[in-house]
Design a protein around this ligand. Structure first.
Ligand SMILES: C[S@@+](CC[C@H](N)C(=O)[O-])C[C@H]1O[C@@H](n2cnc3c(N)ncnc32)[C@H](O)[C@@H]1O
Length: 253
């Protein structure tokens, strides 16, 4: 597979968005989203009725969040928002970039979950945190978590998984590679082997994601004004004893 060095394709959120509910179905998000809902409730100093979910994707987390909160979702992909609206017609969705969007409203809680991965410079990460801070009510909670960081990254880690829905079968190969460990980004490449209607097709994709030291997350969150608490995100699918760092951030009253 050859691709130009710096091109961020992200077809998974574009022309290949139809694959998302097959390779990453809503039920896979249930356990983590119940936990996020509980953590938000337990740490907030105000009653949590409204939640702003930034980088909501196809609304798979929202499918659970909406049982607990009145949800507003933001994403910068029209294709993902279309899927989200179909899955959660009762949720309000808007198109926007997490680094710059400003809605004329504040919320009891704000979450940026797996979409924070796409902040690939310190400036982008800070801007996303500022967006969260600006939309959060005093006393409320901002929740985010870290999928990759400098301390944990494994060069050339490759995973293969199989998925199916109806008569469509997908083999997904995912590879993480950091061509320059000195900077704050790395690449995730995806190969999708798709079998549908008796025809086999192969598609490729590349995402540029951010990778920072955990210290940078702490420093930026504090700099933006949050009271920061690091917790462990545990999940039944993680290998024994493994967790991801999760930040539960308060805004003073
Ligand atoms: C892994 S998907 C999120 C999936 C989501 N958890 C769900 O429940 O379906 C990551 C999402 O981040 C969005 N995203 C990436 N960069 C963004 C940005 N700068 N602003 C807003 N959304 C962004 C992508 O469009 C994509 O939908």
């Amino acid at each position: 597979m050859t691709t130009s060095p710096n091109k961020d394709e992200r077809r998974m959120y574009g022309d290949l968005a139809w694959l998302w509910p097959i390779i990453s179905p809503p039920e896979d998000y249930a356990e983590e989203t119940e936990l996020f809902s509980r953590v938000i409730r337990e740490h907030s100093r105000i009653e949590v009725r409204t939640l702003l979910h930034i980088g909501c994707g196809a609304g798979h987390n929202d499918h659970v969040f909406k049982k607990h909160f009145e949800v507003t979702g933001i994403d910068n992909s029209e294709e993902m928002l279309k899927l989200a609206r179909e899955l959660n017609p009762e949720v309000t969705y808007c198109k926007g970039d997490m680094r710059t969007i400003r809605l004329d409203k504040s919320y009891d809680a704000v979450a940026i979950l797996d979409s924070i991965d796409y902040m690939s410079t310190v400036e982008d990460l800070r801007n996303a945190f500022v967006t969260a801070y600006d939309h959060l009510k005093p006393g409320g909670i901002f929740l985010t978590y870290v999928e990759e960081c400098k301390e944990r990254f494994k060069q050339n880690k490759t995973e293969c998984s199989t998925h199916s829905k109806g008569d469509i079968k997908v083999v997904l190969i995912e590879n993480g590679f950091d061509p320059d460990p000195e900077d704050t980004s790395f690449e995730t490449r995806f190969v999708y082997v798709i079998l549908r209607q008796g025809e086999l097709e192969v598609q490729t994709d590349r995402h540029i994601c951010g990778i920072f030291e955990l210290r940078t997350w702490h420093d930026l969150l504090k700099e933006v004004g949050f009271e920061v608490k690091e917790m462990k995100l545990e999940h039944s699918t993680f290998p024994e004893g493994e967790h991801l760092p999760m930040f539960v951030c308060g805004k003073s009253l």
